[in-house]
Design a protein around this ligand. Structure first.
Ligand SMILES: [Zn+2]
Length: 72
């Protein structure tokens, strides 16, 4: 079950909850009982390929030899 980080705007506390993804956007209540909380963007362990995206472009427009017209 994913964890979600929340921050309370009443007392400034941060806390995390474990809840189903279907309830990810449901309002959370601060451990102190405050209801004015915001959900923080956190690194949720997602099982998928989204986290394995390449950071650098793979081929094409690299600016090296090929592509610049010097070898073709
Ligand atoms: Zn609070």
């Amino acid at each position: 079950m994913p964890r979600y980080d929340f921050r309370c705007r009443s007392c400034g506390a941060t806390f995390e909850l474990r809840r189903p993804m279907a309830q990810a956007n449901d309002p959370a209540v601060c451990p102190q009982g405050h209801e004015d909380t915001v959900k923080l963007l956190s690194t949720v362990a997602v099982t998928g390929a989204a986290a394995a995206g390449p950071q650098a472009p793979s081929g094409g427009g690299g600016g090296g030899c090929c592509g610049g017209g010097c070898c073709g």
